[in-house]
Design a binder for this molecule. Structure first.
Ligand SMILES: Nc1ncnc2c1ncn2[C@@H]1O[C@H](COP(=O)(O)OP(=O)(O)O)[C@@H](O)[C@H]1O
Ligand SMILES: O=COP(=O)(O)O
Ligand SMILES: [Mg+2]
Length: 545
């Protein structure tokens, strides 16, 4: 449906200097930016990067995307040249618990219905490239298996962009030899696909193919590692990803430019938009607002230790989104709509732990108190006095209700607080021993006391060392509700151990994935999925998305 409140995308990108020949439009309101722009702008100075993170969220989410967009609107209204860079929504949460990922209220990116559904087909492309590799693995086994792949040691799962618990563990190849080998298999949700991470971290087409060829897909019957390159799969996969690697550009509700590209979750993957989107945005704007998924111990930890180092991205300021409802949740409140000063005070320990974390990385965060209609003035006053007493910089944010106007205080405070040349204190060096890197994150970022490794995890460590991959960075897979690996341990848990169940090797993406506790890579739908409330009318208008 044409949305007549929006500018034509060419009128959005013209002021930031994207040329017609660098823009591939998808209708009037969406476009992809060709990678050649980076070559043209290579000598331009970077703008400043503002990272948006949050406290541990409730299942509904606490407003990082909404705040990232609202802060962009506020900076834009102050005459700043600003771009927001966020991730593409996954159909899983869209039709599951959270709903779409295009912000909310008056702080949205548009056209939100198209962005939340198939957008410019990046998710379908990643899903297809991923499943093409699965098909090529099984086809190789079916026709002679020259590489002697052991069907029982295929590591590479299948993927689909949907929450479906019945696909977590499956049997494929039933029905006789003609249907391939009958083996146990599994599906991960597309945001957890290694291909998604590769597209998000790739620097261009040759790097994309190099990473794709490095994907560890299986072991042979004599235990040799088999990579996607051994199947010569990288070229055909790159064909499917030819357009998906180009960042998408749309607009915010108030007409500011918005890059939306790739969609790795923050709990089971690296959790931020693509390096290419951030790099292009940094060449085009004075300020780039980008979001890291879930709480600071997940998305922000990975941005500080993995993404910004691998992607050579600057970080100049940090916004920590906090809501009264989430803090009351951490303080044991059952109903967020009822004023509960005791629960709020107790739950504020979660906020203080996140502030400590950001300070340990070398930044003094500006807390954005994302105001909900259910918040009472007494609660706002209480949490404000707690932050004042701890000398925490904070601002009320009402961007959901008012758009950019509701974020002016936040924008001013983050501008005052930017660092030109910050001394970023990383949690570990890539060259440290693997277990030391994991233990550094657990003790310094999560507040845990120690790490236990299952038998499977110890075997994985041995394999990683044999393959010479110990020097890769760490991408923790952990629940988003708790600092610990136990989702029920809310607030600021202490004296807890973390259990590493397994360590997945993402040699294509270039990181190692310790699986902590019960985290799963294929979520399930809730009892009452958001899907139940969706519809489309006779004119094609969507409701409930
Ligand atoms: N201040 C607010 N009042 C009401 N709803 C809000 C507010 N801020 C965010 N939301 C809603 O909460 C949900 C999660 O917001 P989102 O920005 O996606 O959070 P996150 O990125 O941290 O997961 C969305 O449905 C959004 O519309
Ligand atoms: O990966 C999670 O992202 P959000 O925290 O924005 O839901
Ligand atoms: Mg978000």
């Amino acid at each position: 449906m044409e949305n007549f409140n929006l500018k034509n995308i060419k009128d959005v990108v013209d002021p930031i200097g994207i040329r017609d020949e660098e823009l591939e439009t998808y209708g009037n309101y969406m476009a992809k930016v060709s990678l050649g722009i980076l070559e043209r702008l290579r000598n331009k100075d970077d703008g400043k990067l503002i990272l948006v993170t949050s406290i541990n969220p409730t299942p509904a989410g606490e407003g990082k995307t909404t705040t990232s967009i609202g802060l962009t609107e506020a900076l834009g209204s102050m005459g700043k040249k600003v771009i927001v860079a966020i991730r593409e929504p996954s159909l899983g949460p869209c039709f599951g618990i959270k709903g779409g990922a295009t912000g909310g209220g008056k702080a949205t990116v548009e056209p939100s219905d198209r962005i939340n559904l198939f957008f410019t087909s990046d998710f379908p492309a990643v899903t297809a490239a991923h499943n093409l590799l699965s098909a090529l693995i099984n086809n190789h086994i079916h026709y002679g298996n020259d590489l002697r792949i052991d069907p029982k040691k295929i590591l590479f799962p299948r993927t689909i962009d949907m929450n479906d618990r019945s696909l977590r563990e499956v049997i494929v190849g039933t029905g006789g030899h003609e249907n391939g080998s009958m083996v146990e298999d599994k599906y991960v949700i597309t945001p957890a696909s290694e291909i998604m991470a590769i597209v998000g971290l790739a620097e261009g087409y040759s790097d994309l193919k190099e990473r794709l060829s490095r994907i560890l897909v299986a072991y042979s019957t004599d235990n040799r590692p088999i990579y996607a390159g051994d199947l010569n799969a990288q070229g055909s996969m790159a064909v499917l990803l030819r357009d998906a690697i180009k960042p998408n550009i749309v607009q915010t509700a108030e007409g500011n430019p918005a890059f939306i590209h790739t969609g790795p979750f923050g709990n089971i993957a690296h959790g931020t938009s693509s390096i290419l989107a951030d790099r292009i945005a940094l060449k085009l704007a004075d300020y780039v607002v980008t979001e890291a998924g879930f709480g600071s111990e997940l998305g922000a930890e990975k941005f500080f230790n993995l993404v910004s180092r691998v992607g050579k991205l600057p970080i100049n300021g940090v916004v920590l989104v906090c809501t009264i409802r989430a803090l009351k949740h951490h303080g044991g409140a059952r109903d967020y709509n009822i004023e509960d000063l005791d629960a709020l005070k107790d739950g504020s320990r979660n906020l203080l732990r996140h502030v400590e974390n950001i300070r340990r990385f070398g930044f003094d965060p500006v807390v954005s108190l994302n105001i909900f209609a259910s918040d009472s003035e007494k609660e706002i006053k209480l949490i404000g006095s707690i932050m004042d007493s701890k000398k925490i910089k904070w601002a009320r944010s009402e961007v959901f209700e008012k758009g950019g106007k509701g974020g002016l205080e936040l924008a001013s405070k983050i501008l005052e607080n930017l660092q030109d040349h910050p001394m970023i204190k990383r949690t570990y060096e890539f060259t440290q021993p693997l277990q030391e890197k994991i233990e550094s994150i657990v003790t310094q970022v999560y507040g845990g006391t120690s790490v236990e490794y299952s038998k499977q995890a110890k075997l994985a460590i041995k394999k990683i060392k044999q393959l010479g991959l110990e020097g890769l960075p760490i991408c923790m897979a952990k629940n988003q509700y708790s600092f610990s690996d136990d989702a029920s341990k809310l607030n600021a848990p202490e004296n807890f151990k973390v259990n590493v169940r397994d360590i997945r090797i993402a040699s294509g993406a270039g990181f190692l994935v310790p699986m902590l506790g019960e985290i799963m890579t294929m979520p399930g739908l809730p009892k009452v999925p958001a899907a139940n409330g969706m519809d489309v009318d006779e004119k094609g208008n969507i409701t409930g998305l």
